[in-house]
Ligand binder design. Structure first.
Ligand SMILES: *[C@@H]1O[C@H](CO)[C@@H](O)[C@H](O)[C@H]1NC(C)=O
Ligand SMILES: *[C@@H]1O[C@H](CO)[C@@H](O)[C@H](O)[C@H]1NC(C)=O
Ligand SMILES: *[C@@H]1O[C@H](CO)[C@@H](O)[C@H](O)[C@H]1NC(C)=O
Ligand SMILES: *[C@@H]1O[C@H](CO)[C@@H](O)[C@H](O)[C@H]1NC(C)=O
Ligand SMILES: *[C@@H]1O[C@H](CO)[C@@H](O)[C@H](O)[C@H]1NC(C)=O
Ligand SMILES: *[C@@H]1O[C@H](CO)[C@@H](O)[C@H](O)[C@H]1NC(C)=O
Length: 395
């Protein structure tokens, strides 16, 4: 089973059912305005803050957060197990997860293996299933990320996290099952050393990698999935079979957020480290023209698309397609997003207008779990739970 063909297949089925709804209201809409501060039917709540103390041993540091979130975590993991058994109707697959995956915990780099162990202990869930939960995000994340510079040279970095594609359609609630079960797990985390913030992140309780984060005053970083023939499953499979020279993508983003000390260092690490699967890294800095989209294959950096004000490039925006290629017509969130950016113009860019863009269908869709807005120089990270009421694109 590979992500792309399955995705395509479903796309075509839904497309023919909905009469190619992509460019047809009410599945798409004109650029929204006045949606910020968030309220109304697309706003599902604020995201709460937690502190994780990096001075504590890796096995200890998640305990407090997990003790609050363990019910939501076990409900989600049970749903994932039910889905897996409906795909492969035998107990074998779960047994494999429970017995074989834990044997690999020692091969994860420090501090990830220890942290996952700590999360399993604190939640009372089997180690293999917590590992599976951590692997999951490497494969099912589709998103929209943007870095934009305003007229004063200030940088904004924002993203919608869209997660749960194909993970079970809930007919009763007309939404993706995993997406709805994931919302209660969304947390903002303040990672501290010596009582001081090292970096902040919007994350999921129980997950030790990072998809969205910011190092105050220095840089901001998001990761989007990149589909490719040589995609996620192959790297994950190779890793399980023992070829472990590539790094988990979200472990790399976590390491960069935790330990890189400048925009340039972050850019180098994200471009040069060998990965388990292809990815897009979207990086913003703290001064004019520090913003880029890094397109990665597993082994090399294919392209770095940078802000270039003289040339009119005052923002870079990434969904899940190489920026020099057209998106799939049935999954085109890029053109509507860019239309709204152009219409807003560099003069008027702000948290509010970026939130407007990220609230416009189909940039906002049934998979959208949260929206995060970041400003490195103001040391601000805001995250909001999102929902897309009917009628709305499934992705
Ligand atoms: C979210 O936070 C804002 C600002 O702190 C507050 O005004 C608002 O009432 C909160 N909304 C919900 C639904 O909790
Ligand atoms: C589905 O909707 C019902 C009623 O609106 C709600 O009680 C239930 O929690 C929803 N299910 C999930 C998984 O969110
Ligand atoms: C960051 O660096 C410290 C010190 O070298 C190391 O112990 C830690 O594991 C690193 N963190 C990550 C996430 O790689
Ligand atoms: C920007 O980041 C650099 C490190 O890359 C740091 O030395 C500098 O003080 C930062 N500037 C501001 C305005 O925060
Ligand atoms: C502006 O962009 C064009 C095409 O994207 C490129 O060929 C040209 O070198 C750029 N000019 C500058 C000054 O960077
Ligand atoms: C920018 O904002 C101002 C005031 O909020 C408004 O008058 C103007 O029309 C906006 N410009 C664009 C291009 O949206």
């Amino acid at each position: 089973m590979s992500a792309l063909p399955l995705r395509l297949l479903l796309c075509f089925v839904v497309a023919s059912l909905s009469g190619l709804a992509q460019d047809v209201p009410p599945y798409t809409e004109d650029c929204r305005s006045g949606t910020y501060p968030p309220s109304g039917p697309t706003f599902k709540g604020n995201v709460s803050w937690y502190t994780v103390n990096l001075d504590q041993a890796p096995q200890e540091r998640w305990q407090k957060l997990i003790s609050e979130k363990k019910t939501a975590l076990s409900i989600l993991i049970q749903a994932i197990k039910d889905l897996a058994t409906s795909f492969f109707p035998s107990e074998k697959i779960i047994k494999l997860v429970d017995t074989k995956l834990p044997l690999l915990i020692g091969t994860l780099p420090c501090p990830f293996g220890e942290e996952i162990k700590g999360i399993a202990d604190a939640s009372g869930l089997p180690l293999g299933e917590v590992m599976l939960f951590n692997i999951f995000y490497e494969v099912f994340t589709v998103c929209t990320s943007v870095v934009a510079e305003d007229k004063s040279g200030k940088l904004y970095h924002a993203r919608n996290l869209d997660f749960g594609l194909f993970l079970g359609w809930d007919v009763k609630n007309n939404s993706w099952m995993v997406t709805q079960l994931l919302r209660p797990l969304v947390v903002n985390v303040d990672f501290q050393r010596n009582g001081k913030t090292v970096f902040v992140s919007t994350s999921f309780a129980g997950y030790v990698g990072m998809l969205t984060g910011m190092k105050p005053g220095i840089f901001s970083l998001t990761m989007n999935e990149r589909f490719s023939i040589d995609g996620g499953y192959i790297g994950v499979l190779e890793w399980i079979l023992g070829k472990r020279d590539g790094m988990w993508m979200s472990f790399l983003t976590r390491s960069v957020l935790e330990n890189a000390t400048s925009y340039e260092e972050a850019k180098t690490l994200l471009s040069k480290t060998k990965l388990l699967a292809p990815a897009y890294f979207i990086l913003g800095g703290n001064k004019s023209e520090e913003g880029c989209v890094i397109t990665r294959s597993r082994a090399v950096c294919l392209d770095i698309w940078e802000l270039d004000l003289k040339n009119g490039t005052w923002y870079v925006l990434e969904t899940n397609y190489d920026h020099w290629k057209a998106p799939l017509p049935i999954d085109n969130r890029r053109d509507p997003a860019m239309k709204c950016m152009r219409r807003t113009s560099q003069q008027n860019i702000s948290f509010g207008t970026i939130y407007d863009m990220l609230s416009t269908k189909p940039v906002l869709n049934k998979l959208t779990t949260y929206t995060t807005l970041m400003s490195v120089s103001d040391n601000k990270l805001e995250a909001y739970l999102r929902i897309c009421p009917d009628p709305c694109m499934p992705w």
